[in-house]
Each structure stands twice: as C-alpha cells, then as structure tokens.
Write a protein that binds this ligand. Structure first.
Ligand SMILES: Cc1cc2nc3c(=O)[nH]c(=O)nc-3n(C[C@H](O)[C@H](O)[C@H](O)COP(=O)(O)O)c2cc1C
Length: 165
C-alpha cells in the first residue's frame, strides 16, 4: 500500500452515499443541501448522524430549529443534487433555482424532493465540533421509503452523481 490523503481515500471508497439534508428557513421555505457524510447510529432507539462544514447555512438552521429531514435522492435528481451541494441557501431558494419539485411530509412543515427513495424525519439531539465540521446527532422520529426510486451515489469522491448499478 502507499501513503495517501483522506480526500484520496474518499475517492477510493466511491461510490459514497449521498443525502439531501432538508431544513426550514425562517420564512418557512425549505433549504436543500447535499451531504455525503452521514451514518446510521442506532436502530433502537432510531438515531442517525451527519457532519456539515461549520459555515453551512443548513447547520445554522438545524442548530436553531432542531428539525431536519435527511433524504436519499432518487436518480431523477442526478443533475440538480450537485447544484444543491455547490450553492448556499443563505440567499438562494435552491428548490426554485434548480426546479426541484417538493412534497409535503406528514407531521412536518419541512418539505422534501418528490423524487426521494428514503426520508428520515429527525430531531437534533446534540452536536459536536469535529475539526472544520460539526457532527449533528439526531433522534429519528419517522422514516418513509419508496422502492420505486433508484438511489444516487457519489462517484470519484464527490465529483459525479449516479446510481450504483
Ligand atoms: C456530492 C456532494 C457531497 C457533499 N457532502 C457534504 C458533506 O458531507 N458535508 C458538508 O458539509 N458538505 C457537503 N457538501 C457540500 C455542501 O452541500 C455545500 O457546502 C452546500 O453549499 C451547503 O449548502 P447550505 O449552505 O445551503 O447548507 C457536498 C457536496 C456535494 C456536491
């Protein structure tokens, strides 16, 4: 083996998971951000975690509001998920900009992309500083799934998005 960097390791572990983190802005609209660094933590009780750069708007929103929905984007969103991962929602409505159709989720005012394979409705339990990111640890409240949507993954590190098959 040869010595490599952590970013290089993430290329070697491709395909990597992809989620779209959905949070609510103060005006009630939904912000969408692409996040690969997430994991299941516990089934009983249901818990998940994800890491976001300290500067992300999504992080600011979840630290204030506590509510977040992690979604696994369907293949139809292939062309727009990169956009959600390269634009901040601080002064842009990404759903409008990238023409992403949103759906209501029962019991939540945060919307999610219609083409989602999984949606994990969660509440922020705690967060921790981890280097240049915060790690958000969340309790899972509800989980929804649609096997008809094919999941997207990140290839070549995080450079391209396409299904795993
Ligand atoms: C494929 C892909 C994966 C990404 N994964 C992460 C991640 O795990 N954590 C993170 O902080 N940013 C990640 N990003 C970058 C954020 O999505 C990006 O900083 C975004 O602009 C944040 O939006 P916000 O400011 O509206 O929250 C990823 C971007 C792409 C394209």
């Amino acid at each position: 083996m040869e010595k490599i960097t952590l970013p290089k390791a993430s290329q070697l572990t491709s395909p990597n998971p992809v989620t779209v983190v959905c949070t609510q802005k103060p005006d009630g609209s939904t912000n969408l951000a692409t996040v690969s660094w997430w994991t299941y933590l516990s089934y009983n009780p249901g818990m998940i975690a994800y890491a976001m750069a300290k500067t992300s708007y999504s992080g600011e929103l979840v630290r204030n509001d506590k509510r977040v929905i992690l979604t696994i984007p369907g293949a139809e969103l292939r062309d727009v998920v990169l956009g959600c991962g390269t634009t901040t929602g601080r002064n842009t409505d990404k759903a409008s900009k990238f023409k992403i159709q949103l759906a209501e989720v029962e019991g939540s005012s945060i919307k999610i992309p219609v083409h989602s394979r999984v949606a994990i409705v969660s509440k922020l339990k705690e967060y921790h500083e981890v280097g240049d990111h915060y790690l958000y640890i969340c309790d899972v409240e509800q989980v929804y799934g649609n096997e008809g949507e094919e999941a997207l993954f990140a290839w070549n590190g995080y450079a391209q998005l396409r299904p795993a098959k």
